[in-house]
Design a protein around this ligand. Structure first.
Ligand SMILES: *Cc1c(COP(=O)(O)O)cnc(C)c1O
Length: 369
């Protein structure tokens, strides 16, 4: 079965280097927040062109610690999108703040900037900009809005490692930016991992304290903190993967071009678009069709297992329904949940397998739809 992501293939592509890295850690006797984490934090900071990176346990924690470091908590409101991994909203909830969700742009699937004024109140403290599926939000307008309204901008770059806006790395625009390195992400660990990046020395100090019991030094807590550390094994593996991140993203881009060339004009398909100033890193190849479920069934019968991101918008999920504030009009989010299909895309996917998927889609529309 070919899935929409394939972390095993990525391990196999780097197997001997990863096994060497693992052996190095096992034999070092240092397993948590040691030299590998330090080196990886510095290498990723250099890659982004930012001053500081802190490794944490996962992407949700990265967002939660970012909010804590900005002193955002009970009674505060944080604006973000409903069309995202639920983790973005869980992090806001975890600090006791109120998630306020807006719709997405129908072309880029990123935050609809026209609704920000509608939902903003005197309690709004921050916006979390989610660079969804691998492409950037409209950063110029977003930064302008945050400056005008005195809001903090947090980037959720969990789906866009290595992506750019106007030639500048995503993760370098916000006061803090957060990354998940869940195994299927563009930069994925072999387990959980997360990263927090900032140019602010004080925020970096806060994050490093908050990730370890609020320690200012070993055994001395000066504030309420967590245990959200990155371990040496994951850091050592991420160091291997970081070296080929740009190359991996280039392979995703080539596959995405192939899909877009071959699927253009087929059936009722709506294909992904890249906004003018964006360098897209194609975390997902998200198409839309009114025949989504039947098309997915047809692909599955033939060994291709596509994904759906996401089947139920956050604001309509049982835990949040009727319990969360949203913009009045959430129609793009609600529509895409019924039509979206994520086709297989990962750096190791062969052209042959990509073409098989394309042929199956063409057959579906010529015979079944
Ligand atoms: C994966 C993801 C997260 C959460 O990351 P975890 O490492 O699973 O906690 C947050 N936001 C977005 C947009 C994601 O895709």
């Amino acid at each position: 079965m070919i899935n929409c992501a394939n972390p095993l293939a990525q391990f196999q592509a780097h197997q001997s280097e990863i096994e060497q890295a693992i052996a190095r850690v096992l034999n070092s006797g240092n397993y948590i927040l040691g030299p590998e984490v330090n080196a990886f934090e510095n290498e990723f900071a250099q890659y982004l062109g930012i001053s500081f990176v802190a490794g944490v346990a996962n992407g949700t924690d990265a967002l939660q610690l970012a909010l804590m470091a900005l002193d955002i908590g009970a009674g505060d409101e944080v604006i973000t999108v409903s069309h995202t991994a639920v983790a973005t909203i869980s992090a806001i909830e975890a600090v006791g703040a109120i998630p306020v969700l807006v719709d997405i742009d129908p072309e880029t699937y990123t935050i609809n900037l026209n609704q920000l004024n509608e939902v903003r109140t005197k309690n709004t403290k921050a916006i979390i900009a989610v660079h969804l599926y691998g492409q950037s939000c409209d950063m110029d307008l977003l930064i302008q809005f945050c400056n005008d309204c005195n809001l903090r901008l947090i980037e959720d770059v969990s789906q866009a490692h290595g992506g750019k806006y106007k030639n500048k790395m995503l993760g370098t625009f916000g006061v803090i930016s957060c990354f998940s390195c869940y195994p299927t992400k563009n930069l994925g660990a072999i387990g959980d991992a997360g990263l927090v990046a900032t140019n602010d020395i004080e925020i970096n100090r806060r994050i490093k304290s908050l990730r370890q019991y609020g320690w200012v030094e070993r055994y001395i807590s000066i504030e309420s903190g967590r245990n959200s550390r990155l371990d040496e094994l994951q850091a050592a593996i991420l160091r291997v993967k970081l070296k080929s991140l740009d190359h991996s993203n280039e392979k995703r881009r080539i596959l995405s071009c192939l899909y877009s060339k071959e699927l253009n004009g087929i059936g009722d398909l709506i294909l992904p678009k890249t906004a003018q100033h964006n360098e897209h890193v194609h975390h997902l190849y998200a198409i839309q069709s009114q025949h989504r479920d039947k098309l997915a069934g047809h692909l599955k019968e033939h060994g291709i297992s596509p994904g759906v991101h996401y089947p139920v918008p956050v604001h309509l999920q049982p835990h949040f329904k009727g319990n969360i504030r949203t913009a009045l009009n959430m129609e793009v989010t609600e529509k895409i949940s019924l039509c979206e299909l994520s086709l297989p895309i990962y750096p190791e996917l062969s052209h042959a397998d990509c073409l098989t998927t394309i042929d199956l889609i063409k057959t579906y529309f010529s015979e079944c739809a």
